[in-house]
Design a protein around this ligand. Sequence first.
Ligand code: GLN
Length: 430
Amino acid sequence: MSTDYNGYITTERIDGADDGPLAGTTVAVKDNISTEGVRTTCGSAMLDDYVPPFDATVVERIKEAGATIPGKTNMDEFGMGTTTETSAFGPTENPVAKGHVPGGSSGGSAAVVAAGDADMALGTDTGGSVRAPAAFCGVVGIKPTYGLVSRYGIVAYANSLEQVGPIAPTVEEAAQLLEVIAGPDPSDATVRDATDERGEGAYDYAAAADGDVDGLDVGIPMELLDGADERVTEVFWDAIDDLESRGATYHDVDLECLRYAVEAYYVTAMSEASSNLARFDGVRYGQSGGYDGNWNETFARAREEGFGEEVKSRVLLGTYALSAGYHDKYYKKAQDARAWIKRDINDALDEADVLASPTMPVPPMELGESLEDPLTMYLADANTTPANLANVPAISVPAGETDDGLPVGLQFVGPAFGEKEIIRAGSALA
Ligand code: GLN
């Protein structure tokens, strides 16, 4: 099955078990999640013909739960982007807003769900890559608490920030997929048992999608609305009114720290990327540059040919931020900002059940519009990156459309291992 909007990089059917909670459903998988025997490119020419010898834990789990995988979805190269335009396999078009981007970096995953070419999908979210495309394509996306879902078999971009998350048409379906993939894994020591944090029933996410927001206390960080497009804030406030009419209350919260989230995120993500991507040298992993007697030149050629522009510039910036003499000025500062953001978000969540904001400050950009201007693209991550920096869960649910028919997502952020809170809040809207 190929799609005219370029949602899949590879369409190859992988069958799951005959029965289980996901039997009869299709779950598409982002192409940075390892699938045994099926190529996994990360949207990069570097891994054009890379075929992993094992399944990622999340893939093992959805197969055991009975899902069929229809293919591997398009993505920004190594997850670096917000529009799915940095893919070496060409951009994905937004199937519900023609001529526009689907968001990214898991743009293929959200697009195939929105188009009905998969029932659900898995994406990865390092700084918003599940939530941004969910918002732009009018579907639901969850970024779990750091340490809820195994990262074993995920090709790392910035491993202190990323989690695998579900994308689905409704909150209940996304919650059900989360139930299948969550939980401890002997192959990933960073995963904790949610039962230890939240007690019995901690993983009953689908049951929490009951739409009951009576008594829900919503905090709204005004910093995340200040610079947002008016078409987006209008839809946002209408959705908040809707929640209020169903018994929720809201109050403003002041989170000055959020003004530094994009800077802290990009310094951290690029630094980690420069280290994680060192393995793609044409010897251990990746396209070979062809050995001609000089190893340095061979490595350099493999990376010159295999990586796209965005990846190259991030590896260079990350290497610079970590270098002796600049480490304290950039990387250490970013870690200080991260600690500040984490502390203040947790404090705000002591005074509210969830925090709400538009998922993206802008509606879906037109195809081609943001490639020219990376800084503007980075700023589009202002509302999503704080949850990754603070290790807390977040959901994007469709909140409505702008007057010109473009989807708008609303984001709820909850306390660590508070997936049920954000699922309950989100299920009132979708
Ligand atoms: N847009 C962000 C970036 O480019 C987030 C990407 C992601 O979550 N993988 O880094």
